[in-house]
Design a protein. Structure first.
Ligand code: FMN
Ligand code: SF4
Lengths: 597, 234
């Protein structure tokens, strides 16, 4: 093992900054990053073992214990649960005789839950050894288990392929694009190179001006003016970097998956345009591990673009050099936060940085860096081709252009929709065939839970901003249990933990909402949750902690009767659940644990 | 760095150096802003958040935000004092702190802030997290029940070649402080003492020495935390 690990580490230039890639290879090779492997890596990189463990233990897909020969990661996010995840989980457990979190005795299969894998339009879905299986049912699970027992290669278990590039021989994935509506900016017909060649014919300052004038604002959720970010960054001295944020971790979002599948060259072209604008030679696409099935496709596109002289040296004969590498994450939502993404790409735990300095001043490797969303780069490529005025005319005055939405949940036509900014929620619901709607979760768990009374509000940065996640929640759902509790479990798990407030309050709030859901809550719990959420919001470093209480606060505000109906209006009720506490001992003596009041 | 900036804290006019963090600049002007993770001249972590102030109307950590010309900082407002008290209470419920049995009692910054804010009973339910103690290294005990994740040891305690002896493990709910067994085996007594001294609580304790100073005569037994900063400038 030692020798093999030395070789892996050497392949990455004995560079501790490539620890993510090193861990990823070791994990694939051995099914784990064991103590022995940690030792070997630490020795070769000449860093301490705790630093290797620090990175390994941060990411969901790196494990200390060996996973099964087939490691099943089943998505347990809200939309997956709505679509029957519990049946699927139950079937896996029945078929294999082990529970989630365990491995079969022969080491063949291990079962794991994982957060949203970007397949909300085709849930329940699972990843088995980097291959995605969608729309699972009990029958399909039985078939998968039989195949695993028969020792079939995971790729061969995929029998039907999705549309577009999913069916490409180098991808062969069953994932479907579900493009329901194309729009003029991103999903319209596209020819690679038009925007870039125009950009290279311009002064770099003029490129930035074009993006500024287009009114383009970040599509990752925060809506920061893209041209302004590029302009700040371009003013800094020294080497510059371009990073594309393809971490897409907000539960309910999957549009970047589709853009990377069908518009990869547009993303890379946008990155090249950004690089030219700010003066960068290197770019990194930070891709979530869940999308590893696209690796060959993306690398193929990069190779093609190099051969067409759209990347590499002396691009289009204009003396501009730029190239891109793909960096994989390993399962951590917070790495979508731009400075955490940079830390992660440098081989560390994905902990958001304190600001200032901003990434545009000091980013990747300490150099000025622009980080933009996949869709933002696509839009930039189109804008350079069609012009700022063309883009500015689409959408609303404050939010120009279009937004690619990922719509899922209780509706007839989940999928990807590219719409001009400004559409109302009720129009959107009609479009996706949703009736009997209790709420729409706008912008994912970190966004807001919107009640029907507000469905005339507009999807726009000035009204309802969103990075694209739209989850339709029907009346049949138990909003507090199925949605709010699930979201709080997500945040408690995904907090990087460096702010003690985010680490603890998310845990405390999760316990409180659980108490309410289980029927042990009192009126004071509701007020407490509101007050504590406020403290959390005010005392955290990054957007995660600043928004993680939104599932609770926006439902208290918009769905208060649901809470009132669940709590007792008494002064005090113990958190202690006697029945629950004695379950084990009662089982031993064969007595019912139900204690009646 | 010698350029000066003028700013105010709760209306008091202050002068600091450009680029200086708010906590440090405040201290030089006789204003105490409580901290648990910050140490002057060490790269700030911004992790404990008790130094949260409102600068130009926005909440921020005073240990990671530099002072700016004309900045108007709120520090001792009712709102901020309550937030700080809440954070201290929260730290007492998320860890397992039994002050009377702790070697750091009286020298503990967390306990001292509990007294300063007159914490009686925490408003939050106890979490009762199970945390393991690591007593396997020769010089120190790592008492995780008391760790408040300030990262002082992570940032400051390195071996002769600059390698980390302490680091985090996990994230979110499973986060814990971890010690490198190989490197800790070579720790000197001086390093162990430094690690114990910089730990704001009693999570890092030296083996074989202890209770040299009687309880009742220790740092915060005699004066309120932060009073030296406030008194220096009256
Ligand atoms: C917890 C957290 C997760 C985030 N996840 C993503 C993500 O998956 N994709 C993304 O583009 N931006 C994400 N962001 C926003 C980024 O920090 C950043 O604003 C964005 O990459 C900037 O690109 P844009 O201006 O093109 O939107 C996240 C922010 C936070 C706080
Ligand atoms: S707010 Fe939460 S996720 Fe963000 S840096 Fe702090 S602990 Fe990490």
């Amino acid at each position: 093992m030692k020798e093999k690990i030395s070789r892996i580490v050497e392949n990455f230039g004995n560079d501790a900054a490539r620890l993510m890639d090193i861990l990823s290879e070791v994990q694939s090779e051995y099914g784990c990053v064991s103590c022995e492997a940690v030792s070997a890596i630490a020795e070769n990189l000449h860093i301490s073992e705790v630093d290797v463990i620090q990175t390994r233990s941060f990411y969901h897909f790196f494990t200390e214990e060996q996973v099964g020969k087939y490691a099943v990661y089943l998505n347990n996010s809200v939309v997956s649960c709505m679509n029957g995840m519990s049946d699927v989980a139950d079937e896996f457990q029945k078929q294999l005789g082990v529970k989630f979190g365990q491995k079969t005795a022969d080491g063949l299969v291990s079962l794991h839950y994982t957060a949203c894998i970007g397949m909300s339009d085709q849930e329940p879905a699972a990843i088995i050894n980097d291959v995605v299986f969608t729309s699972l049912t009990r029958n399909k699970v039985a078939k998968l288990v039989a195949d695993m027992r028969a020792g079939k290669a995971v790729n061969d278990m995929v029998t039907e392929f999705g549309d577009g590039n999913n069916a490409n021989p180098i991808v062969r994935s069953m994932v479907k694009n579900n493009i329901m509506k194309t729009g003029p900016v991103v999903l319209d017909a596209y020819e690679v190179g038009l925007g870039l060649s125009k950009a290279l014919g311009m002064d770099s300052k003029a490129v930035i001006k074009e993006v500024l004038d287009s009114g383009l604002r970040g599509r990752g959720g925060a809506g920061f003016p893209t041209g302004m970010k590029w302009e700040f960054c371009s003013r800094e001295a020294g080497d510059h970097y371009v990073m594309c944020n393809a971490d897409e971790g907000e539960p309910g979002t999957f549009k970047d998956r589709v853009l990377l599948t069908e518009r990869a060259s547009m993303v890379f072209e946008g990155m090249a345009i950004g690089a030219y604008a700010i003066g960068a030679k290197e770019g990194v696409l930070y891709l979530r591990r869940e999308y590893k099935y696209m690796k060959a496709l993306l690398e193929n596109v990069l190779t093609e673009m190099r051969s067409e002289n759209l990347l590499g040296n002396n691009i289009l004969g204009k003396g501009f050099n730029f190239d891109i590498r793909v960096q994989f994450g390993a399962g951590a939502y917070v790495c979508g936060e731009e400075s955490a993404l940079i830390e992660s790409a440098e081989g560390k735990r994905g902990e958001p940085r304190n600001r200032p300095p901003f990434p545009a001043q000091k980013g990747y490797k300490g150099k000025p860096t622009i980080v933009n969303n996949v869709e933002t780069f696509c839009a930039a490529a189109r804008i350079l081709d069609r012009g700022a005025a063309w883009h500015k005319a689409i959408g609303t005055p404050e939010s120009s252009g279009t937004k690619v939405l990922s719509i899922s949940g209780d509706c007839n036509a989940p999928g990807v929709y590219e719409l001009p900014w400004g559409m109302s929620i009720s129009e959107m619901l009609t479009m996706v065939g949703a009736s009997d709607v209790q709420a729409v979760q706008v912008a994912g768990p970190s966004g807001i839970c919107l009640p029907p009374a507000q469905f005339d509000r507009k999807i726009a940065l000035e009204d309802l901003p969103t990075g694209g996640s739209m989850i339709v929640i029907g009346n049949k759902r138990d909003l507090l249990k199925d949605v709010v509790l699930n979201f709080m479990e997500f945040f408690a798990d995904e907090s990087c933990g460096s702010c003690v407030t985010c680490r603890s309050f998310n845990m405390i709030l999760k316990n409180s909402i659980e108490k309410v859901v289980e029927g042990h809550g009192i009126t004071k719990d509701i007020d407490d949750m509101s007050a504590w959420s406020e403290i959390l919001r005010k005392t955290t470093r990054c957007g995660l902690g600043q928004t993680s209480s939104n599932p609770i606060t926006t439902t208290i505000k918009n769905f208060r009767p649901l809470y009132d109906a669940r709590v007792k209006n008494v002064e005090y009720q113990s958190d202690f659940d006697m029945s629950k506490a004695v379950v084990e001992s009662c089982a031993v003596v064969g007595r019912s644990a139900e204690i009646h009041e | 760095m010698s350029e000066t900036v003028k700013f105010t804290i709760d209306g008091k006019e202050c002068i600091g150096k450009k680029g200086q963090y708010i906590v440090d600049a405040a201290a030089e002007n006789g204003v105490y802003i409580p901290v648990l993770c910050h140490m002057k001249d060490v790269i700030p972590a911004g992790s404990c958040r008790v130094c949260t102030v409102k600068a130009n109307g926005r909440n921020m950590a005073a240990c990671t935000s530099p002072v700016e010309e004309g900045m108007s900082i709120e520090n001792n407002t009712a709102e901020l004092l309550d937030i700080r008290k809440a954070i201290v209470e929260m730290l007492f419920v998320e860890g397992n702190h039994f002050c009377p049995a702790c070697e750091k009692s009286g020298n503990c910054d967390l306990q001292a802030l509990g007294y300063k804010y007159q914490m009686m009973v925490p408003r939050f339910p106890y979490v009762f997290e199970r945390r393991n103690i690591d007593a396997t290294t020769p010089k120190i005990f790592l008492e995780r029940n008391r760790c408040i994740f300030c990262k002082r040891c992570v940032r400051m305690i390195k071996d002769a070649e600059g390698r980390s002896i302490f680091a985090f493990k996990g994230r979110g709910e499973t986060l814990e402080i971890n010690i490198d067994h190989k490197l800790a085996a070579n720790m000197t007594d001086e390093m162990a003492q430094l690690a114990m001294d910089i730990c704001p609580v009693g999570a890092i304790l030296r083996k074989e020495v202890g209770f040299n100073e009687a309880i009742g005569t220790r740092k915060y037994d005699k004066k309120v935390i932060g009073s030296d900063i406030e008194n220096n400038h009256q």
